[in-house]
Every structure is written in C-alpha cells, then in structure tokens.
Ligand binder design. Sequence first.
Ligand code: SF4
Ligand code: SF4
Length: 428
Amino acid sequence: MKTTFSPAQLEDVQMRTSEKILRSCVHCGFCTATCPTYLLEGDELDSPRGRIYLIKDMLEGGKPATPEVVKHIDRCLSCLSCMTTCPSGVHYMHLVDHARAHIEKTYHRPFGQRLMRNILAAVLPYRERFRFALAAAFFAKPLAPVVGALPGIGPSMRSMLKLAPARFALREAVPADVAATRRVIILEGCAQPVLRPSINAAARRLLARHGIGVVTPKGEGCCGALVHHMGREEAALDFARANIDAWCAELDRGAEAILITASGCGTSVKDYGFLLREDEAYADKAARVSAATRDITEFVLSLPALKPVRTTGQIVAYHSACSMQHGQKITDGPKRLLRDAGFQLRDVPEGHICCGSAGTYNILQPDFADRLRARKVSNIERVKPQIIATGNIGCITQIAQGTAIPIVHTVELLDWASGGPAPVELAL
Ligand code: SF4
Ligand code: SF4
C-alpha cells in the first residue's frame, strides 16, 4: 500500500512502525474472509482491510479520530484472525494498538462511554477491586433489566451483570510457593484468580508432580492488556514495567520461565519487548521477559509426559482462544496434551472465529459479543462434547454464559487426569 507520511511524521518511531506495516498490505482482501465482524456485518469498514484504510487515512493526515473511525476500530476484537490469514505478514496488532492510542489522545468520547471505560480501567486490573465489584454485581444481577435501560451505559452495564458469575471466591486460598530445584514464575494476574482460582492451583499441582516449584514475585500485577486494548498506552506500560522489575529479580535468582495460564495475558507479555523497545531503561529487560514467557501448555509439553492415573475418555471440545492460536500461534500442543491424558478431542467448526470475549469487548460491544457467542456455542454444541476446554479465562466466562456444557481450563483437565481433584464445574 502506498503511503505519503511526511519526513517530520516519520521521525516518530511509532509512526515509522505503522508506516512499514501499512506498506506491507497489498489490499488483497483475503483477511476479510476470516474477520468475525465482517462475517457478521458484511461491511468493508468492519473488515481488517477497511480498518487498515481508516487507520492509514487518520494517521497519515495527522487527523484527530472521527466518530466513524472510532466506531469501526471499537468494533474490532483484536482477535488477530486477520494476521493468521494475511499472506503478506501485515502486523495488524501493532497497527491497531497505535490507532487505539491515537483515538484515546484525540477523540472525546460521549459521557457514557467515558464513564464505562474509566470504571473498567479502574477496577478490572486490580484484584481486590475486581473482587469487590463482582460481589456487588452478584447482588445486583436481578436489576439487570432496569440497569440495562439506562441511557448510554445501559447495554454495557447489563452485559457486565450478566457476565458476573453466580459463584466466586470472596477470599481465595493462596497456595504457598514451593521450594524445588527447578522453579518457574506463574503470573497470578488480576481477573483470573478472582473468577477461577482453581486454574493456577491446578497448574501448581501439575508442575509439582514434575518436581517444579512455583514462585510468585512480589510486585507483579495485571499484564496491562485490558487497558492497552482501550488505547491507554501509558497505563499499560506502567503495568509492564512493574511486572518486568518483579520477574527479572526472580529470573536472576534462577527461575527458568514465566508461565501464563491466560492466553490473552500471554500474548501481551510476549509483546513487552516490542512495547518497550524505545525505553532505554527497560528495553533489554523487556526483551528478556518476553523471551522467557511461555503458555503453561508450551512448558508442560517440554516436560516428560505424566501417565494418566484415572480413566478419562470424556469427549472434549477444545476451544482455541484467539490469543492462543492467532496471537501466540499455539495450535496443536494443548490438544496433544489432552489426548495424551486420555481425553477424546473434537475440533470445533469455525474454530478460528472469536467467541466475542476479547478482554472488555463483551462489555463495551455487547451486541456483537452476544452474536459471536451464539455462533460459537452453536458450533461447539454441534460436536456434542461432554466438556469444553480452553486456555483463556475470558473465553471461559463468555462461553459459559451461552451453554450448559461445563467449560474448564486445559490445565484443570491435565491436573485431574494426573491425580488432582475433578474441576468443580464437572461435579456440578
Ligand atoms: S490479507 Fe493482508 S495484505 Fe491482504 S488486505 Fe488483508 S491485511 Fe492487507
Ligand atoms: S483483529 Fe479480528 S476483528 Fe479485528 S480486523 Fe482482525 S480479524 Fe477483524
């Protein structure tokens, strides 16, 4: 794609990066076929190619974002399906991240949108605030129809109440770190330990069976993805720097990897090296952290296989989160682990299409998210599974709203097969 950025504009490193990405797009349109929002709307402006044109026009012209651009960029899930499809290697993720940051700086959102985004940014990345908010949402669930009628923020509030689980831990039991010769870091994260503390507990038990201890460095927190996807770049970088400080100290003490059990966070942490490439104090440390980061299934695959200690055999539909398959290009590994543990795997039709979760998307774009969930659930139910497995808490929360089939994290099934307790969702 031809671009006409001025030399002055190209002095900015982010603009240079985006210009390079834009130039790599040959507008072939292959990406439209696998874009969830294009499949729903059939509108070129809701396709990757259409968005790329909008972003090019906005950045090249040095223009503030218009309501039209904001509408179509907001509708993008950042599912990155377009990156998997694109034959020219267009790095859409970095381009849309730049566009979102530009929108955040130049566009004045209506009051309702600003309020909702501020609430999400102030609550979701902080575990205790999120726990408190979930408790409040639990009691407010019956008010969803009333709240949903509020002007501006109603649909997002209703969606938030619907997504709040009927069961969550007011206080989680934090397992003690295990001393062992081999040690890894596990990102505890922000929302996941509140919604499903059982996931990291299962990961810890599984690793312990391999003789590997887990450390939780003080000072780590949210990976930053939630605010980053809202265009709040500086806030995201602050989260990244805090994690890098905490993790590098532990890597220096001999931890061999940083394991992530939520693929949305994994995609983000693996990109720290890029995000902080111009930060003199953090560039090297960020690259080190990204290089040491693995999804839990990547790491478990590198270990000797554990023999299943119980009969499994259940039919499992594996839902590959977008951040797993498109963001991190992890496709077969989790399925291989589940098969080796004795489960019968079923591939989900249209497995490359997003379930509509996408961080805060299912709150900020509830209509698109609901339609994508319905499509995903219908595809999953077609293969008649007894269990759904996935590697991302966002997808678990989203899909669970649309089906009675229990949905659990891959690592919970691996832990169960190798001697851990049955996931509570299977016992219900
Ligand atoms: S597939 Fe790639 S090169 Fe083709 S239009 Fe989409 S982003 Fe551009
Ligand atoms: S990230 Fe997903 S929703 Fe956004 S343009 Fe690409 S395929 Fe479409």
